[in-house]
Design a protein around this ligand. Structure first.
Ligand SMILES: O=C(O)CCC(=O)C(=O)O
Length: 309
């Protein structure tokens, strides 16, 4: 399929899919991949191709199938509701391949590059399988900092929080492409306004573009970019998206999840047990040079989070 953008109401057809390749041509799985931060700053979004591909995409999709099947079996929010959020699930999932996806080092590496820091924290991750005909997925244009930031972004050119939205299905005009308003087309709007009424601000809606993407592509989205979900118009069509967000470690005013609140759960203890020190750091575990480390504490944590031998 052709990958690029589909105009919403406007004739903007620029190809915003950027190269995710390194200079030596390796794919998005290579952690040294160069993100074009200048283009991201300019446009307010960036589409990275082929983060997941081939067999790997197949096994992630299989994990998603299994996850939703198990969830449906347990009857969790699956029946009765026509809310678009019915199948939106926040991590931790306690489904190993899906939880582990969020901790792939490449996401954190991208976050460090975009946020211009060596030290980042994961603020949330979620999976969302949408199926045409089961809900209206249309959303108003909004900026994500509305419920993930105590401040408002200080400068578009130096974000301190970033989202990665990985599409697990091809995204076509009929299965609910994400719509974005490129920065160059977005009018100046007071920062305390984080959602736009369709009738009152029709001129902004007219400037949105809808992003076609291939399964495995990742949309990089700063929290001040105007964007929205669009409805799935093809009956029965499916679009699954996996989202991971990070903040700068020093931006304590951003975030959604409080990881310690899960620490009593067996699934979380097993998940942390699988993480290495760098991955644990993403959740807020102390750094290796923290003065509080003792053998006694290390032993206690090895018992609390078994798995690393
Ligand atoms: O599903 C999408 O394409 C975007 C979702 C979104 O913008 C949101 O839920 O805030």
């Amino acid at each position: 399929m052709t990958t690029g953008t589909t105009p919403g109401n406007s004739p903007m057809t620029t190809d915003h899919r950027t190269t995710g390749m390194t200079t030596d041509g390796k794919s998005g799985m290579d952690q040294s991949m160069a993100i074009d931060t200048e283009k991201l700053d300019e446009d307010g979004f960036l589409l990275l191709p082929a983060f997941l591909g081939g067999d790997e995409l197949g096994s992630v999709n299989k994990a998603v199938d299994d996850f939703y099947a198990a969830r449906a079996e347990r009857g969790e929010r699956e029946t009765g509701s026509r809310s678009q959020w019915r199948t939106f699930v926040s991590g931790p999932f306690y489904h190993e391949p899906l939880d582990d996806l969020a901790f792939r080092p490449v996401y954190a590496e991208w976050a460090r590059r975009v946020l211009r820091t060596d030290d980042v924290r994961m603020t949330k991750y979620n999976v969302w399988r949408k199926t045409g005909g089961t809900a209206n997925y249309d959303q108003p244009l909004h900026r994500d900092y509305r419920d993930q930031d105590l401040l408002t972004p200080l400068s578009a050119a130096a974000p301190y929080q970033i989202a990665f939205l990985t599409y697990l299905d091809d995204v076509t005009p009929g299965n609910g492409p994400t719509a974005v308003v490129p920065r160059s087309a977005a009018p100046a709007i007071a920062p305390e306004i984080t959602e736009l009424d369709r009738e009152q601000r029709a001129e902004v809606y007219a400037r949105e573009i809808r992003l076609d993407a291939a399964a495995g592509d990742t949309l990089v989205l700063p929290t001040d970019t105007w964007h929205r979900a669009t409805d799935i118009t093809d009956h029965g069509a499916v679009r699954t998206m996996f989202t991971v967000m990070f903040r700068r470690a020093d931006a304590e005013w951003c975030g959604q999840r409080s990881w310690p609140s899960y620490a009593h759960e067996n699934g979380f203890q097993r998940l942390v047990g699988r993480l290495d020190d760098a991955q644990r750091r993403l959740l807020g575990f102390p750094p290796a040079d923290w003065s509080g480390w003792t053998d006694e504490l290390r032993d206690a944590l090895a018992r609390r989070y078994p798995g690393r031998g």
